[in-house]
Ligand binder design. Sequence first.
Ligand code: AP5
Length: 191
Amino acid sequence: MKRRLVLLGPPGSGKGTQGELLSADLGIPTVSTGALFRDQMARGTALGVEAQTYIAQGHLVPDRVTNAMVQSRLGSADAVQGFILDGYPRNVPQVGVLEEILATQGLAIEGAVSLELPEDLIVGRLLKRASIEGRADDTEPVIRERLAVYHRETEPIIDVYRSRGLLLPVDGLGTVSEVADRIRRVLEIVA
Ligand code: AP5
């Protein structure tokens, strides 16, 4: 069973939602860089204050901040048996850093689940979430910028994982449970 996983996909494609379900299935933690940043921002730490400037504009937080945070989180005891990375890596240099972090322990990513969803649905989902949760980066201009950053910085990762034979594309359309079942099938958790 694959237990060191990356969840890829544009903003609002369901990475966080599906990561939690997969975490429960596999008994391993989800490591969401977005959630880690939001926690730091809520606590007003120096890292949170720095991250907030970038997140509010829909830009990526600088790699030196993000990579150090991920390295520290993956070193925690609960990640020893595996983890699901949600929102990291998010650019090609982060793919290399992740490889180096894992290689020091003789480990490697075993699968990259890529959620695919049309852009008009993405914007609708995130605007709906804005009306419920009020996440600061869920305004339409910032969502558009996050999508532009996704296409420019993050999408090239898909080809990197494809070329390594690790890419597992999943249709992100449908209900949460329909998508979860597709993920379980590509990961061979169910037949
Ligand atoms: P992050 O928190 O990772 O934001 P994101 O990638 O934009 O993803 P979202 O959380 O918006 O969406 P999701 O794909 O997780 O979907 P979700 O399940 O929530 O990052 C935020 C920011 O932090 C970045 O912009 C950047 O600034 C910074 N950052 C993070 N990682 C970084 C990194 N590695 N490097 C540098 N900077 C980084 O679902 C979305 C909504 O849709 C929810 O309301 C949900 O309930 C709903 N939904 C989910 N599935 C379905 C479904 N099947 N049908 C209907 N609704 C659904």
